[in-house]
Design a protein around this ligand. Structure first.
Ligand code: ADP
Ligand code: ADP
Length: 234
């Protein structure tokens, strides 16, 4: 079943000026429920622009982005914010944890914003913390744990709302290669348990963990690889 569908998406910045920038020229692809897809490209290729449209932070100039039947271009600002909270999980390069909150409260934050019952938060966090191997550090603060642990806490924060789609923006960009591999293995585990993942990266090593990689350049997808194809070239 298709979860995400982009249909001839274009995004032009500064359209009515002498310097319009066509950041996305013609992007068509779909992601099925349960898939783990990477989008790979060099700096300036259009990755952030694409991710922002899927994240309901920006809208296509033309074409459509549809997630779980919802046309994202039809959401106004308030609806988009609610949609984001209820349906999407985010993992960033720099973790973006709040230093003033314990790891546990960082993980609870998206649920607090949806006025979730505290008992339900506790019920959800225990298995998640075990799965992500952060149970022992959950009542410490972000500054007291390693970068790899901080990213695990950030992944827990992204998953606690049980999002339709987990969006990861260069999630291993701030980690050494051993820790990166641990985090990438974790994404694969999370995916095997049914979570749909879309990861944006300029790292071939990171992309090679996904089931499928779309290569983007100059606002267009120019190639698609399945993990089986990559393994043969490793
Ligand atoms: P990537 O994430 O792959 O590095 P971006 O999506 O950030 O690429 O950028 C794609 C192109 O769009 C680049 O040429 C960039 O300069 C341009 N761009 C991105 N955001 C804006 C903006 N807000 N205004 C004008 N141009 C932009
Ligand atoms: P990266 O995007 O490379 O993973 P960061 O998360 O630190 O690294 O963000 C890089 C840039 O993107 C920063 O300038 C930040 O302000 C911006 N940014 C990150 N997350 C968001 C977001 N959810 N909404 C808007 N801008 C964001």
């Amino acid at each position: 079943m298709t979860l995400l569908q982009l249909d001839h998406v274009q995004r032009v910045f500064n359209p009515n000026t002498s310097h319009p920038v066509a950041a996305l020229k013609d992007i068509t692809f779909s992601v099925n429920q349960g898939e783990y897809v990477a989008i790979m490209g060099e700096s300036g290729a259009g990755k952030s622009t694409l991710l922002n449209i899927i994240a309901t932070l920006d809208q296509a100039s033309s074409g459509a982005a549809i997630l779980n039947g919802q046309d994202l271009g039809r959401l106004n600002k308030d609806d988009a914010a609610r949609y984001r909270r209820e349906h999407l999980g985010f993992v960033f390069q720099h973790f973006n944890l709040l230093d003033s909150l314990s790891n546990r409260d960082n993980i609870y934050l998206p649920l607090v914003l949806t006025r979730c019952d505290p008992a339900e938060m506790d019920r959800r966090v225990t298995p998640l913390a075990h799965r992500l191997r952060i149970a022992k550090v959950i009542d410490r603060f972000p500054a007291e744990i390693s970068g790899g642990q901080q990213q695990r806490v950030a992944i827990a924060r992204a998953l606690i709302t049980q999002p339709d789609l987990l969006l990861a923006d260069e999630p291993t960009g701030a980690l050494d290669s051993n820790t990166s591999n641990e985090i990438l293995d974790l994404f694969a585990d999370v995916n095997h348990q049914g979570q749909t993942i879309l990861m944006v990266t300029h790292s071939a090593a990171a992309a090679s963990h996904a089931q499928r990689t779309l290569f983007i350049k100059d606002g267009r997808i120019f190639h698609e690889l399945f993990r089986g194809d990559l393994a043969m070239t490793d």
